[in-house]
Every structure is written in C-alpha cells, then in structure tokens.
Design a protein around this ligand. Structure first.
Ligand SMILES: NC(=O)c1ccc[n+]([C@@H]2O[C@H](COP(=O)([O-])OP(=O)(O)OC[C@H]3O[C@@H](n4cnc5c(N)ncnc54)[C@H](O)[C@@H]3O)[C@@H](O)[C@H]2O)c1
Ligand SMILES: O=C(O)[C@H](O)COP(=O)(O)O
Length: 526
C-alpha cells in the first residue's frame, strides 16, 4: 500500500507510516495540480491539509485511491460527493486542533486591543509610537461568540478566564446548554447590539457565507472589534473594509480569507487590520495531534478496513452494510429532510423502528439519521462516528423504540423531532430491496423519493392552485421532473411535493409564496 503526503504533515505522522507493516510513504508537498494528477494513480491513500485541492479530476486519475485523510478539520478543499462517487473514503481529525485555534482567536483579540503587531513593526522601523498606540482593556468588555461548537465553546471559556462578559449566539444549540455552560444565549441582533468584540466560529455554509456583511456591521456597536479564525468568506471583506474606513469597526483580525493567499487586499492598507496566514491550527501540539490521528486512521483503514472519522461512509463492517445499506441511505435522507423542515434548536429526536427489522443492529441507521440531520448545520464536521456525540454535545435527547406493527408497510422508520418552536414527524420505508421512500410528513401521506432538488408546498385545495404553481415554475424555466399531491390523514388540506431538474432560486420561491392559493413553500436539497 502506498501513501502520498501532499501537504506539510507533522514528522511523527510520517514516522508512523514508515514503521507500519506493508505501507510505503512518499512526501511530496507543494506539487502543482497537474503534477499531482500525473502521480496520484500510484497511491492508495492521500494525506492532505488545506492546500491540496482534491477535485473530481484528481479523483478520476486516482484509480488506486482508497482513502483521503485530512490532518485537521475543514474539508472545503475536498470534493466529497466526487470522492463518494469514486468510492474513496474521506476522513478528518475533528478534535486535534480545536484548543490551538481557540487560543489563536484569543491571541488575535489581545493583539488587536493592544496594537501588538503595529508596536512591533514601528519599533523595528526605529519609531517609538507610545502615544499613538494606546490600546484598550478587555476586562469586563462584552465578547460575542457566534457558533458554540468545539472551538467557540473553548473561546468562550478562555474569555471568561480573562474576566470578559461572554454572550453566545448559536441557533442549533439549545439556550439551556449555553446557559448550563455559564454563558448568556442571545439572538444575533442582540449580540450585534451589545458586543464590544465579535468572534466567529461557524463552518462555511450556504447560510454563513458573507454572514458578517454591511447589514450586520450596521447593527453592531460603534467601535466593535472583529475576529475571524473560522473560514474565509464568512466575513465579507469588501464590506469590512468600508466599515473600517468609516470607523464603525475599530479593528479586525483575520486568519482566513476569501481567497488564500489573498491578493492585494485593500484591508492591508489599514493600520487597525491585523492578520495571519491561516495559522489557527499551526502549533506544534495541534500538528502532532492531527498527524498522529490521521496516520493512525489511515493505517487502520489500509490494514484492517476499520473506518474512523469518515465523513462520507458509515462505520460498519462489510456484511452488515449489505443488509443495512438501503436503511442507512433512507435514514441519512430523512435526517437531511428533517433538518430543512424544522426551525429552532432541536431538543428531542425520537426514532421508531416498526415492523420487519428482525435481528438487525439498527444503531448505524440511527447514526445515519442524526448525521443527516446535523450535516446541514455543521457540514463536514459530522460523520458516522461522531454524530451521536455531537447531538449529545448540543443537548439533543435521542430515544429509539421498536415495535412489530408497521401500519400498511413491511417496515417503517418514524422520526419525531421536537424543537423549541415546533414538532415534526417523518415516516419512511424501503420498497423492494433498495428503494427508499418518505411516506409521511406530519399528517400528510405521500410517496416521495428523497433525492435531488425539490420543494414542499402547502396549498389550498381549490381549482387553479396546481396550475398556477406549474405556470410560475415554467415561466422561470424550471422543469418539474415529478409532482405528487399528498393528502392529509384527516382534513382536506393538500401538500404538493415537487422534484425539479434544477434548484429553485430564492426569487422564484418568493414568487411561489406570493401565489394566492399557496400557503407555504419549503425548498429542499436532498
Ligand atoms: N483557522 C484555522 O486554522 C481553523 C482551525 C480549525 C477549525 N477552523 C474552523 O473553525 C470553525 C469552527 O470549527 P469547530 O470545530 O468549532 O466546529 P463545530 O462544528 O464544532 O462548531 C460549529 C458551530 O457553529 C454553529 N453554527 C452553524 N451555523 C450557525 C449560524 N448560522 N449561526 C451561529 N452558529 C452556527 C453550529 O451549531 C456549531 O455549534 C470551522 O469553520 C472550522 O473550519 C479553523
Ligand atoms: O480546518 C482546519 O483544520 C484548519 O483550518 C487548519 O488548516 P491547515 O491544516 O491548513 O492549517
């Protein structure tokens, strides 16, 4: 088995590969994409950090490739669907660098407050700018932490040690959990209004891209200071520049950029802007942790087939996978659908296995449901190993029951989600050997293939409703591949399930919502 290390990996990880039986390792960092493509066909495993881009093209050339291991967390540089398509397991090491990154955010906040980078550079230039570089204390100031996951919660804890007042916003963590940890849970608006410092620790997602923009800055306190050690693009750099020029934002520290490395950023002109070249995870300790973890995971996988911390494959043995496969994909899709139907922090998830599941260990199916549910919130941080733990960390209670009665089906999985704002039920089944379907959403019966671009529309059951929806989509050049009308169990309301060839843009969703006979429209990506 041959392993290629294409980004800088802690020496200890390379030693582990060298000492592993039956494994050879090559270290070739800084290769151009074409060079990497020309050699990838010789390797069974690829070890990366954030520099190597694992594209569909590269995966196509990697005919022997079995696994990609990321020494670190973020997988923005890996085309995960393409890896799954090519049967390549993608693993990361979700915990090894979290303390280090949290410490970097704190270091950035202190450096900003006390002008340490400018003090260093001006002094080295022979200037003694004592008066000009007067700073501010952080004692008793309000720190707004956006994202209370692994890193955000450590930052909050360290800031408490520095005697700051910490307020937290995370719509996917219950306020009780934040309060139990000793912090105040607040809305986004309140955080903007009250915080003297704002630090962001969310993944880069559709919803968080450009999240801190002009409109967000306008809601913030005058003189706020901003720190981003999460991902480039979460802060809109052009809007940040304007907000700093106007004095609204008194200082900003970025470790990550929209384009890395950034090219001629206007932010570099500003004295109160400080930055580091994506150094969040760059300490000896963190690099040792992630190098050991990734090397061990890859060695185990190549030698025994054991899968740990994979983001695209459930952790099950080959024999079990054959039996459970269709239920795993049904579970994953039900979780994904549920996450798009609910709003508010999730408190309780109840999973009922009904009917013919005789002799099957259903834990991986529950994990697939939880993983599908969390993935839209935390992206590639969740995998089939850490999903239950992540749910627990978020204060979500999970319970499972089994019963013999599957109503009209051979087998039925029912998932019931209770958030602080609503209750939602989904039921799904597998027809034949491998044909997963969603058969119920709340009180509505339907038969939906949980895959692709789609939408759920609640409408008034009156003539013209369906026609107006079809006209609206047609006018916007969106082809309907499938349309199902579901009936309410008791009552006369309709639910329409649409499968479209392309995703429905926000502007068209709005148009649909404004149709006279339409009540609600929920666009879905499954
Ligand atoms: N700078 C670096 O070198 C470095 C190192 C490690 C991680 N990171 C990045 O740090 C970020 C956080 O990592 P983590 O390990 O703490 O992840 P995590 O999954 O443990 O936590 C992310 C949190 O963000 C929350 N969240 C999602 N959408 C949100 C929204 N719209 N508003 C508020 N909260 C939201 C989630 O509920 C979750 O609690 C990621 O972007 C990761 O890629 C950067
Ligand atoms: O996602 C991560 O783990 C960090 O962003 C670190 O990235 P790096 O390994 O390229 O330093």
């Amino acid at each position: 088995m041959k392993v290629l290390v294409s980004d800088n990996l802690g020496e200890i990880g390379i030693q582990m590969f060298q000492e592993a039986e039956g494994i050879e390792v090559d270290v070739k960092t800084g290769l151009a994409p074409e060079e990497l493509k020309s050699i990838i066909g010789d390797y069974d495993a690829l070890v990366i950090r954030s520099a190597t881009k694992v594209t569909e093209d590269l995966l196509e050339k990697g005919t022997r490739l079995k696994v990609v291991g990321r020494a670190g967390i973020g997988l923005d540089n890996v085309d995960i669907p393409a890896a799954s398509k090519h049967g390549v397991v993608v693993m990361n090491t979700p915990t090894g660098n979290v303390v280090t990154t949290a410490e970097h955010a704190i270091a950035m906040m202190l450096s900003l407050s006390r002008n340490i980078p400018r003090g260093t550079s001006t002094l080295k230039d022979g200037k003694w700018e004592k008066k000009k570089l007067q700073g501010r204390e952080i004692f008793n100031k309000i720190l707004g932490v956006i994202g209370f996951g692994k890193i955000g919660s450590i930052v909050a804890d360290r800031a408490r040690g520095l005697k700051m007042q910490v307020i937290v916003h995370d719509p996917f963590v219950t306020p009780e959990r934040i309060e139990k940890a000793g912090f105040e849970s607040v809305s986004m608006e309140e955080l903007y209004k009250r915080a003297d410092y704002i630090t962001v620790h969310v993944p880069k997602l559709k919803d968080t891209l450009g999240f801190l923009n002009k409109s967000a800055f306008n809601q913030m306190k005058d003189g706020v200071m901003l720190i981003n050690c999460a991902r480039g693009g979460i802060v809109n750099e052009a809007d940040l520049y304007e907000a700093m020029k106007s004095g609204k934002v008194a200082g900003a520290a970025l470790d990550v950029f929209e384009t890395e490395p950034p090219e001629n950023s206007p932010l570099f002109e500003l004295d109160n802007f400080i930055c580091t070249p994506h150094l969040g995870a760059s300490t000896k300790e963190a690099q040792t942790n992630v190098a050991v973890a990734v090397a061990q995971q890859i060695i185990d996988y190549l030698q025994t087939g054991t899968i740990v911390n994979a983001v695209n494959v459930p952790s099950v043995t080959g024999e079990l996978l054959e039996k459970l496969g269709p239920f795993l994909s049904l579970g994953d899709r039900m979780g994904c659908l549920m996450s798009q139907l609910i709003c508010g922090p999730l408190k309780q998830l109840t999973i009922e296995y009904m009917g013919d599941f005789q002799g099957m260990d259903l834990a991986p199916v529950s994990t697939a449901i939880i993983k599908g549910l969390l993935a839209p919130m935390v992206k590639d941080m969740v995998n089939s190993v850490n999903a239950p733990l992540m749910a627990k960390e978020r204060g979500i209670k999970i319970s499972e029951t089994t019963s013999a009665d599957a109503e009209d089906y051979l087998n039925l999985i029912r998932v019931y989600a209770e958030t602080t704002e609503m209750n939602t039920t989904l039921a799904g089944t597998v027809f034949g050997k491998n044909d997963p379907r969603i058969v119920k959403i709340n009180n509505f019966r339907l038969e939906m293939i949980p895959h692709g671009h789609s939408a759920i529309i609640h409408n008034q059951d009156k003539p013209g409703a369906i026609g107006s929806i079809g006209m609206c989509l047609g006018k916007n050049n969106i082809n309907i591949g499938r349309m199902l009308v579901g009936q309410e169990d008791e009552g006369d309301r309709n639910i329409i399930f649409l499968r479209t060839d392309t995703s429905i843009p926000d502007s068209v969703v709005e148009e649909l919502r404004n149709l006279p006979l339409v009540n609600t429209v929920i666009p879905l990506e499954l």
